[in-house]
Ligand binder design. Structure first.
Ligand code: AMP
Length: 396
């Protein structure tokens, strides 16, 4: 069965209590102020849609940080409740806990219209996908809306287990719809040439996506610490750059495949230093000497990657091109951000660090789609589906 979204004309919210799961897991600074509101901002259209279409009550749910199943004050959804109230110009009541006995009283009062359940992950049952917890939550609403794309790859009580209590009454939200529409442009018949840029440091985490993508892309540009296992597998010295033996074996396997041989493009020069706090030096060669570590791609690599990206009609980017948190090693990542932003191709950027780099470069609005879920978007590209979304298909 196909997934139904809230804007399906057959769905009626008039007078209904709507239980809606979002991903309000936004970053905070030490003063517990939200430093990037994107995830909440992108959830607002769904909340407004539900209110404008007659919902009697909205019961909003989310997780926040990793409190590991117990109440930890710094992971309270309090700052989110405050921000939502301001954005929606409406009262938003934050409950004591997701299972607080006062919730039923609130549900039976005519106001407030918007109730935010306190952090679901204060309860160990959430991540354990506990059926009892899912059932308790399910009692709060007549209709379930799932819009937490960033956690839809996880089988948790509020993203997965709960759906079975809403047969014929569980729908996808507008953020989820947007994310899947954009991801399908990558997964289903991407416009060619299709170029993927893969960077960052966690080769092991990204190996599945590389294996899956290598058959569908025309070119794969590999930068950041991801590049060193591949350069080493080609027989180059990589000095003290980040790299494990296990990663070299994985890289070797991919490089030896017919697609790997034809499509992978690796750095031809580097910015290096003696340590991550050392002075930046340029190396005009793919080879790095014994006591130096590669920390960014060099100028010639930026040009090489730019030439390939110029022809692209579809671009997928995940992972920075270097240790971009340090200015001396940020040029590769920021240059690639600019090239992707200036391209006419359909561009999708996922993964916290690549998104941060795009934001740092000030060019977010020139990217076709910035995903709110790095892990979820990679998992979707890997497998073409996600547990939370699959369950929703069967729930309607
Ligand atoms: P990932 O989560 O796999 O996307 O990795 C992101 C992290 O990789 C960022 O913190 C980067 O600073 C780091 N990174 C990227 N390139 C390098 C490099 N050449 N050496 C060390 N760390 C790097």
């Amino acid at each position: 069965m196909d997934l139904k979204y809230i804007d399906d004309p057959a769905v009626n919210f008039e007078g209904k209590k709507v239980l809606a799961r979002f991903d309000f897991n936004v970053p905070l600074n030490e003063k517990l102020e939200i430093t990037d509101t994107t995830r909440i901002d992108n959830s607002i259209p769904t909340i407004k849609y539900l209110l404008e279409n007659g919902a009697d009550k909205l019961i909003l749910m989310s997780h926040f940080g990793r409190p590991k199943g117990e109440r930890v004050d710094k992971y309270s959804l309090e700052p989110v409740a405050r921000y939502l109230a301001e954005k929606l110009d409406s009262e938003v009541i934050l409950t004591e806990s997701a299972t607080d006995s006062g919730i039923n009283t609130l549900l039976n009062l005519s106001t407030p219209k918007i109730i935010l359940l306190e952090n679901l992950r204060f309860h160990p049952e959430e991540e354990a996908n506990d059926p009892g917890f899912a059932k308790t939550l399910s009692k709060y609403g007549d209709i379930l809306v799932e819009d937490a794309f960033g956690t839809s790859h996880r089988k948790h009580a509020s993203t997965y287990g709960i759906i079975e209590y809403f047969r014929n009454n569980a729908f996808g939200g507008l953020l989820l719809k947007n994310e899947l529409k954009a991801l399908d442009k990558i997964v289903k018949n991407p416009k060619k040439p299709f170029v993927a840029i893969i960077g960052g440091a966690k080769v092991n985490d990204k190996i599945k996506i590389i294996t899956r993508l290598i058959t569908t892309v025309d070119f794969m540009l590999i930068g950041g610490a991801m590049a060193y296992p591949f350069l080493k597998a080609k027989g180059h010295s990589i000095g003290t750059s980040l790299c494990s033996d296990e990663d070299v074996l994985l890289a070797e396997k991919i490089l030896n495949s017919p697609s790997g041989k034809a499509k992978i493009i690796l750095p031809v020069d580097h910015m290096v230093a003696s340590s991550i706090n050392g002075k930046a030096e340029y190396i005009d060669s793919p080879v790095i000497a014994g006591d130096k570590m590669g920390l960014d791609i060099g100028e010639k690599t930026i040009e090489l990657f730019a030439r390939t990206l110029k022809q692209a009609m579809t671009i997928l980017w995940n992972g920075p091109m270097g240790l971009f948190e340090k200015d001396a090693f940020a040029k590769g990542t920021l240059s690639i951000a600019k090239i992707v932003a200036d391209s006419d191709a359909f561009s999708l950027v996922g993964g916290g660090d690549s998104v941060a780099a795009i934001k740092k470069s000030g060019m977010s609005d020139k990217i076709s789609h910035i995903s709110t879920g790095g892990g979820a978007s990679l998992k979707y590209i890997e497998g073409g589906s996600l547990p939370g979304i699959n369950a929703l298909k069967f729930g309607v």
